[in-house]
Design a protein around this ligand. Structure first.
Ligand code: ADP
Ligand code: MG
Length: 206
């Protein structure tokens, strides 16, 4: 039996050490949280479904030339991934108004944006992941201008790809969240974490 060392217990996943240097195992739990874990529920089978969906979407991204952390799915709830240094930002891409942006800016839900809106949130549970702008990000060295440019470029590309995938099954991608990591080898960006109904707001077109 392989000994896995628990490295991090998150809200939706647990991260274990991987079999080779530079790899990790991402275990998908059934825990569902919202509003920074103020709302909590166990949804039986969610972990398996998110593992499947995230594997599928990450594979499509890499087929389209976007590097991701996924190496392979290794069980119903586990993925082998490349370890990376997570950029401490939640990158949210919005196509249609919903959720916090409506409250914050007094916008009507359902408004279709003329072009996708990218927002950055600083990943810090204690601070409730506050929204930040590029000046904050550069000033506090969470990223730099060059990397941010790349993050925005990849995010818009991912948005196009995901929007098409969902459109094909009559689902509209309202908004979604990405996390990026830096590869330890050369600091280049890869899409990390997960892309699943936990990180996407989806609605039935019909
Ligand atoms: P959280 O409660 O912090 O959102 P999750 O339950 O989402 O945690 O568990 C995943 C954690 O692992 C997140 O903190 C995420 O940033 C991190 N992570 C995701 N992919 C990678 C990776 N490839 N390398 C290192 N850390 C990762
Ligand atoms: Mg998370």
């Amino acid at each position: 039996m392989m000994i896995q060392k628990k490295i991090y217990e998150g809200k939706a996943k647990t991260i274990f050490s991987g079999p080779q240097k530079g790899t990790l195992i991402q275990y998908f739990k059934d825990d569902a949280t919202a509003f920074n874990a103020k709302k909590f529920q166990i949804l039986k089978g969610k972990g398996e479904i998110n593992n499947l969906i995230s594997e599928y979407l990450m594979k499509v991204l890499s087929e389209n030339g976007i590097p991701t952390h996924l190496i392979k799915k290794i069980s119903d709830r586990e993925q082998l991934i490349y370890a990376c240094k997570i950029v401490p930002l939640e990158v949210v891409i919005r196509n249609i108004a919903a959720g916090s942006i409506c409250k914050r800016l007094g916008i009507k839900e359902g408004l279709v944006f003329s072009e996708p809106i990218i927002e950055f949130y600083y990943k810090d549970d204690q601070l409730n992941d506050p929204i930040v702008n590029e000046n904050h990000i550069v000033s506090f060295k969470w990223s730099n201008n060059r990397e941010l440019f790349k993050i925005k470029e990849i995010s818009l590309k991912v948005n196009k790809i995901l929007s098409h995938i969902f459109e094909d099954i009559s689902i509209s991608l309202i908004d979604f969240k990405l996390e990026f990591g830096r590869k330890f080898s050369d600091n280049s960006l890869i899409v990390a974490d997960e892309i699943s109904p936990d990180s996407c707001r989806l609605s039935d077109i019909n």
